[in-house]
Design a protein around this ligand. Structure first.
Ligand SMILES: C[S@@+](CC[C@H](N)C(=O)[O-])C[C@H]1O[C@@H](n2cnc3c(N)ncnc32)[C@H](O)[C@@H]1O
Length: 267
C-alpha cells in the first residue's frame, strides 16, 4: 500500500511538471503531500492520479492547485525591526555604493505587500517617480491581487500611521483600502519561477518566506543564483526564519541579521 502511494505521488510530480513546468520534487515532500492531499480530498478525489485527471480537464481546479501549492500569506512591514534596518543601514549604504536609482527585485512577492512596503520606505529618500521595483511570483492570481492593490483593514494594521494617511484611501462601502496610484506605479509585477527561470540583475533582492518550502538542494541552488544575480555591493534580504548558515559558500557575507552582502573579489 505504502509503495503504491509513493508511486502515485511520483507519477503526479512528473505529470504536473509536463503540464505546468512546476517541479514539485524541489519542494519539501512531506509538507507538500499533506497540503495537496487535504485539497484533493476536499474536492472528492481519493488519489493523486485521480486528482491529476481532474485538474487536467478543469482549468479552475488547476488554478486552485497552483494557488494552494504554497501559502500566499503576506503582510505589510512583516517583521518590522528588519525594515528599520533596511531603512537606516542597508539603503543608505546601497545609495552610497550603487547610486540612485537602485535596481530592486522583490522575489516571491505574493499579493504585493512586500514590494509596496519597499516603495513606501524608499519614498522617504526620493520622489516616487525615481523608484523602480520588480516584483515577481510564480502565482498569477497572487500577482493579479497585487496589481489591484486593494487590502483589508486588518492587513494594513502594521503600516505606520503617516504612510497610511499618505498612501491608502478607504474604499467606499467596505472595510477595504486602496493603495495610492503613485506607489502602484513604482512596481512592475511579472510571473517568475525561482526554480526554473533566469534571474534578473539587482542591487537589492528581497526574497522572504518562500525558501522554507524548498528542499535543501533547491534552496542552495537559489542562493547561488541570487549571489550571481546581485550586482557588486548588492544585498540579499531574507525572511526571519531563513538565516543562511554558510553564506560564504554562496559568495555572500552577513551585513546584518537576515541581510547578506555579495562578497567583493579583489582584483
Ligand atoms: C508565504 S508567501 C511570501 C510572501 C512575501 N515574500 C512575504 O514574505 O510576506 C510565498 C510565495 O512564494 C510563491 N512561490 C512558491 N514557489 C515559488 C517559485 N518556485 N517561484 C516563485 N515564487 C514561488 C508563492 O506563490 C507565494 O506567493
Amino acid at each position: 500500500m505504502k509503495i503504491e502511494r509513493e508511486d502515485d505521488y511520483s507519477r503526479f510530480i512528473s505529470q504536473i511538471k509536463m503540464k505546468t513546468g512546476v517541479n514539485l520534487s524541489l519542494y519539501k515532500e512531506a509538507q507538500m503531500k499533506r497540503r495537496l492531499t487535504t485539497l484533493y480530498e476536499k474536492r472528492g478525489f481519493s488519489s493523486f492520479q485521480e486528482f491529476f485527471n481532474g485538474l487536467d480537464q478543469d482549468q479552475a481546479l488547476l488554478d486552485e492547485f497552483l494557488d494552494r501549492m504554497t501559502i500566499n500569506v503576506s503582510e505589510f512591514y512583516r517583521n518590522k525591526s528588519r525594515w528599520d534596518v533596511l531603512e537606516h543601514k542597508i539603503l543608505p549604504r546601497l545609495f552610497k555604493d550603487r547610486g540612485i536609482p537602485l535596481r530592486i527585485w522583490s522575489a516571491a512577492a505574493s499579493t504585493g505587500e512586500e514590494p509596496y512596503t519597499i516603495a513606501m520606505i524608499l519614498s522617504k529618500f526620493m520622489p516616487l517617480d525615481l523608484i523602480r521595483i520588480l516584483a515577481t511570483d510564480i502565482d498569477r492570481h497572487a500577482l493579479q491581487k497585487a496589481k489591484a492593490g486593494i487590502y483589508s483593514e486588518r492587513s494594513i494594521n502594521e503600516v505606520p500611521k503617516e504612510m497610511k494617511l499618505k498612501f491608502f484611501e478607504k474604499c467606499s462601502g467596505g472595510p477595504f483600502y486602496r493603495i495610492a496610484d503613485g506607489i502602484k506605479k513604482t512596481v512592475t509585477f511579472k510571473q517568475h519561477n525561482l526554480l526554473s527561470d533566469p534571474y534578473p540583475k539587482a542591487d537589492l533582492i528581497c526574497c522572504r518566506n518562500v525558501l522554507i518550502y524548498f528542499t535543501e538542494e533547491a534552496k542552495n541552488q537559489v542562493y547561488r543564483n541570487f549571489s550571481t544575480a546581485l550586482n557588486h555591493h548588492g544585498t540579499l534580504f531574507v525572511g526571519s526564519t531563513e538565516q543562511i548558515f554558510h553564506p560564504s559558500s554562496f559568495g555572500l557575507e552577513v551585513e546584518d541579521t537576515f541581510f547578506y552582502k555579495k562578497i567583493e573579489h579583489q582584483h
